[in-house]
Write a protein that binds this ligand. Sequence first.
Ligand code: NAD
Ligand code: ZN
Length: 266
Amino acid sequence: MPGPIPSPAAELEAAAELVAVARRGVAFTGAGVSAESGIRTYRGQDGLWKEFDPYKVASIDYFRRDPSVYWEVARRGWRVHGQARPNPGHVALATLEADGHLAAVVTQNTDGLHREAGTQNLIELHGNGRTVRCLDCGAGERRADVQARLTRELPPRCRTCGGIHIKPEVVFFGEALPPGAMAEAFRLARQCDLMLVVGSSLQVYPAADVPEAAVERRAPLVIVNDEPTPLDAEAAVVIRGRSGEILPEVVRQVRLKGRLPELGGR
Ligand code: NAD
Ligand code: ZN
């Protein structure tokens, strides 16, 4: 595990206490959980927001008018995205599910890294960027194939109909969230016995309503983030720091508590 744990030991201990007794916890994650995999967040210290405005680049209205703006940014950014691998934070969440503490991970991320880390019950509120679909004819394609032709074709054209509106299967600003995913996320949040928020600025709605639904039902809230969030005041525990360092330590402490001797480890 890299480096020293930056947070106070008491907070880690308190978080581990809550996770250890949870049986249907929900982790709600944002771009921060993938930052240590090399994918930049929108907000936060090294956020992409400082370079361009995602409300424009990734808005459906702009995209329909001129998809080349989106693909120009994606041409530069995908190299990192496409090669990113899960980090110890993703793995720790998959472990907490396998150990019986988490019922699901609800993510705003579109990078697919939770699935790759082994999370089974995964709700992707904003879709998944590894596939691309044509808004005109509905044909689908692998993202990697579209990216490969961006150097000679901008915007990229649909291989089936020739149109220019091929879009990654992620939810852009101005688009509705997949209704099934949202309903399932709220169902899980209302029933959970722990809400673990990791690496989200909690500023993107309606996704940020999900942890609030758990708070309304008085589920304990644990927040792991490297800057303050609007829900900090509601939290039982706030741990400030990097999820790739903190979450494996939480797992270690939960396992030390040995409250689930009947369940095997991974
Ligand atoms: P956000 O960018 O608004 O906030 C990320 C938060 O994580 C910030 O508060 C930041 O301080 C914190 N953070 C950064 N590195 C961290 C680390 N190592 N450990 C813990 N916290 C860390 O992200 P959001 O709340 O997910 O909302 C942004 C929207 O952008 C989402 O809708 C998401 O779909 C999209 N997005 C996705 C990805 C991805 O798929 N990886 C990346 C960028 C943006
Ligand atoms: Zn088409």
